[in-house]
Ligand binder design. Structure first.
Ligand SMILES: [Zn+2]
Length: 422
């Protein structure tokens, strides 16, 4: 048995042990799960359990205000509230943590996410986020404190103020979404400040796939003269992964979660998953049984590889990080495409500042147009993009140049696909 297989075998037994203990606790007092769960002694007990969807959680919270029934302990034991943005038009999901589960969160940041990025107690980390109820910022912040690094909050600041703060306070790490890192670089350029000459040596990202898309990653690297790292996670799940030093994906933390994949095109009702391959990511967390998720369908599109990795991590690798949302898939003349594939092509053009995919169903047919903001507003680059997309995907996608600044920019998640009512 190779070192890697031994490590993999260990991972499986760690998972089952945590699962058995956690499920027992949940069954005793968690009203939400009592009807959905049975005792888990073996892996086959686990694979018999039904999937859980976000819609079920939203419904439960709507019917049981304000926090829903997925609570294993009395309310008094919980110390933190966070919520999702509700950006996809749905209600925000509220999520509670106990002191113990919060320690689990921040420990995963300190021991996995920061560690994999080579960020240490010597670093000074600038957080370009507002102090909202979004958990990503708070957990990254608390994790950095736990690491012993210096934390610099960048909330309630304009982008110009953030650029000046970076210049004056000399942080070594920038924490933001990938889109916002690019936006901040643009603002710095307009101010005549070159961030590639700043003190930033690493950038760490979450919230969108960008930092794992090679072309976007390269743009951020060039703009900041820094190494770029990704991290994955969800409000309701926890921080699930960290950048592999081999540079082609994210390792998922299998000592703290169980990861499965519903293969693309298969019926989720069949309850069948694989441990690798391409499809929708299904996750069970093993350190947050105060409000657990068991076999949770994330809606995230991944491609999991169990090939031994040169970085030495025993954990499964998600090639290209999170590649997008399963729901965001669109079809152009029979070819299935995801926004991250389009982004990979567009980000090779330094002239392109921003883009949006407009998707419309007309008489059951998908119609797709790309709106592109270019630096100088020329049509020439748009013509090259049409050819390039055709070369990459074998189909023609309509592209239109739009005035600079006309597409929305978000501090959190960039909305790459807009579905228009047909
Ligand atoms: Zn690796």
């Amino acid at each position: 048995m190779s070192a890697d297989t031994i490590a993999q075998a260990n991972v499986k037994s760690i998972q089952l042990e945590k699962l058995q203990a956690g499920v027992e606790e949940v069954l005793a007092s968690n009203a939400f799960y009592q009807s959905r769960l049975h005792k888990v002694d073996t892996w086959s007990d686990f694979f018999d359990l039904p999937f859980l969807t976000k819609a079920e959680l939203v419904e439960d919270q709507k019917n049981n205000l304000p926090f829903g029934t997925n609570l294993t302990y009395p309310l008094g034991d919980y110390v933190r509230l966070h919520q999702t943005s509700g950006s996809s038009g749905g209600r925000p999901l509220r999520w509670l943590d106990t002191a113990r589960s919060w320690l689990w969160w921040t420990g995963l940041w300190a021991n996995h996410v920061y560690k994999a990025a080579g960020i240490t107690s010597e670093d000074r980390i600038f957080f370009a986020f507002s102090f909202g109820p979004f958990v990503g910022f708070w957990s990254a912040y608390a994790g950095a404190e736990r690491l012993g690094a210096m934390v610099i909050p960048g909330g309630s600041m304009s982008s110009e103020q953030r650029v000046l703060a970076i210049r004056d306070l000399e942080p070594t790490v920038l924490c933001s979404t990938p889109t916002y890192a690019l936006r901040l670089g643009e603002v710095a350029n307009e101010m005549g400040i070159d961030l590639s000459k700043s003190s930033i040596r690493k950038t760490l990202h979450a919230g969108e796939p960008g930092a794992s898309i090679p072309a976007t990653k390269r743009s951020i690297e060039t703009m900041y003269g820094a190494q770029v790292y990704d991290h994955t996670g969800m409000t309701e799940l926890g921080p699930t992964g960290f950048t592999c030093s081999a540079g082609d994906g994210v390792h998922f933390i299998e000592s703290e979660f169980i990861f499965e994949v519903i293969p693309l095109g298969s019926d989720p009702e069949s309850n069948i998953t694989q441990s690798e391959g391409k499809g929708e990511l299904v996750v069970t967390n093993l350190g947050r049984f105060c409000s657990p998720l068991i076999r949770y369908r994330t809606g995230d599109l991944v491609d999991l590889s169990r090939e031994p990795c040169s970085c030495g991590s025993p954990f499964v690798k998600s090639l290209g990080g999170i590649q997008g949302r399963v729901d965001d898939m669109f079809t152009v003349r029979g070819i299935n495409l995801y926004p991250s594939q389009v982004e990979e092509v567009l980000m090779r053009y330094s002239e392109i500042v921003n883009f949006q995919i407009r998707h419309q169903k007309v008489r059951q047919m998908d119609e797709v147009a790309l709106l592109i903001e270019t630096r100088d507003g020329t049509e020439e680059v748009v013509e090259r993009v049409v050819l390039d997309l055709r070369h990459s995907f074998g189909v023609r996608i309509d592209c239109k140049s739009v005035p600079i600044g006309s597409l929305p920019r978000e501090e959190m998640k960039a909305k790459r696909v807009v579905h228009v009512e047909g």
